[in-house]
Design a protein around this ligand. Structure first.
Ligand code: MN
Ligand code: MN
Length: 463
């Protein structure tokens, strides 16, 4: 482990560190789903002078250096650009991160009653240890879209006066058989249903007893609050996440404990840097994507053509429509593909190889490669590019470290890096180290959050 960077900060740096981390916690609280992150990011970008690309095109405006624009994809994916002094076809500096996090999704025919208890049936999203999600307060976020297209936003369980929900676990007194099971079987997928009610609907006089009166009461409440019918669940996207706010962690308040830091710790720090940097030679870009946790698939994942299409629009608005210039812009770009790194955990030292581990308070983490079993599925950053990154970070006084995810052959993971690398651009995996990755609450170091913002700013200004 290298020097602990806390000891290197002066008063004004500490003040900035605190300001950034307070803002980061607010963003974590406001953005607990990909949709909420997009909405929040747009609000922040517009406040900083960003305009929607479709509005710019509709107004017939040409873009010039310093102009700030953004494009949204299906309310789940967002890209921001700040036009640089050099032509976009000369390449951009791209910050990328994902805004979807592991969670539990509500199924399409979810509501049922069983022995006086009402539940929502679920299917988890992303890689989770299922046993970590039981017996704790959970909230429900998302949208219900009715047939006429009306969108009802849902957020229940965050306000302290809201009710919360829970997934029950078997009491320890009767868990003799359960405790003998292996961890992947202790709580199985179909046991992750959400308990949401236990009170029957009041029978209307003369109606007699209602069948499934608990479920009927839940439906009555949903009708009152969201004007929805049971069938509207089929066109809803409801996500179950831990209820509660991001908190300072540790007696010294040096860390942050929160849901969703994979990968919002990289997404929000990238966004902060993007909104901060006022001047740069190259066009800067901040790309926040969905669906990384399930393979970057679908229209809002990195595999979609959305980003490429927006770059084509951008070229049309600056240098004039040209397929070749679009390809050049992509190929000559460079990217920090940011995702969380596994922080070295002394409690589980056996899972790490110490010399190649990311440590808390060692700054922004770079991974030359990711993947598993012989780097399979990885983007492997070029030495030349890494040298340029080192130069940039050193010149800007950013603390950084090089690491890889855990011991060789123990597991591994992928990111969006290899997808962007397909365009022929320089890409390196980077990000912030977290403890407890993919757990309901993950831990980050405030010092690393600060260094990430510094590193991303320096990257955007890189010539
Ligand atoms: Mn991630
Ligand atoms: Mn992840």
């Amino acid at each position: 482990m290298k020097e602990n960077i806390w000891t290197t900060y002066n008063e004004s740096q500490l003040a900035e560190l605190n300001e950034i981390n307070e803002k980061y916690k607010e963003c974590l609280n406001a953005g607990k789903t990909e949709r909420e992150c997009v909405e929040l990011s747009i609000r922040m970008a517009e406040a900083a002078g960003y305009r929607r690309i479709s509005d710019v095109a509709a107004a017939g405006d040409k873009l010039k250096a310093g102009d700030k624009i953004y494009a949204v994809n299906m309310n789940k994916m967002l890209v921001l650009f700040r036009i640089g002094e050099e032509p976009i076809s000369g390449g951009m500096n791209i910050l990328g991160a994902h805004i979807d996090s592991p969670r539990i999704d509500v199924k399409q025919n979810p509501l049922y009653e069983n022995e006086g208890l009402a539940y929502l049936d679920t299917h988890y999203y992303g890689g989770i240890k299922k046993y970590q999600w039981v017996a704790q307060p959970l909230s429900l976020h998302g949208v219900i879209v009715k047939k006429d297209g009306t969108v009802q936003k849902v957020s229940i369980g965050e306000d302290e006066n809201d009710p919360v929900f829970v997934i029950t676990d078997l009491l320890v007194h009767l868990a003799h058989e359960q405790m003998e099971k292996k961890a992947s079987k202790v709580i199985e997928g179909e046991k992750l249903d959400l308990l949401i009610g236990n009170r029957p609907i009041e029978a209307v006089a003369g109606d007699g007893e209602e069948k499934e009166a608990i479920k009927a009461n839940v439906l009555r409440l949903l009708k009152e609050k969201y004007d929805m019918e049971e069938a509207d669940f089929t066109s809803a996207e409801l996500e179950i996440v831990p209820a509660g706010k991001a908190r300072d962690c540790g007696l010294d308040r040096s860390m942050i404990l929160s849901y969703g830091q994979d990968d919002r710790v990289c997404a929000f720090t990238s966004l902060f840097a993007m909104l901060d940097v006022a001047e740069a030679k190259r066009t800067g870009c901040c790309l926040l994507v969905d669906k990384e946790e399930i393979g970057s698939v679908g229209a809002t994942g990195m595999h979609s053509k959305f980003f490429e299409n927006v770059v084509a629009e951008l070229i049309a608005l600056t240098e004039g429509e040209s397929e070749l210039k679009v390809r050049r812009a992509l190929a000559k770009s460079r990217m920090l593909s940011s995702d969380v790194s596994a922080a070295y955990d002394p409690m589980y030292a056996e899972a790490f190889e110490k010399r190649s581990s990311a440590f808390f308070t060692n700054g922004l983490t770079f991974n030359k490669f990711t993947g598993s079993r012989g780097k399979s599925g990885s983007n492997d950053a070029n030495a030349e590019y890494i040298a340029a990154i080192r130069r940039t970070m050193d010149d800007a006084g950013v603390a950084y470290q090089f690491a890889e995810l855990g011991r060789v052959d123990l597991g591994g993971g992928g990111t969006i890096a290899y997808i962007m690398a397909n365009y022929g651009m320089e890409v390196i995996d980077s990000g912030v180290a977290v403890l407890n990755m993919h757990a309901p609450y993950e831990v980050s170091s405030k010092a690393d959050v600060y260094e990430a913002v510094k590193g991303y700013r320096a990257f955007l200004k890189m010539c």
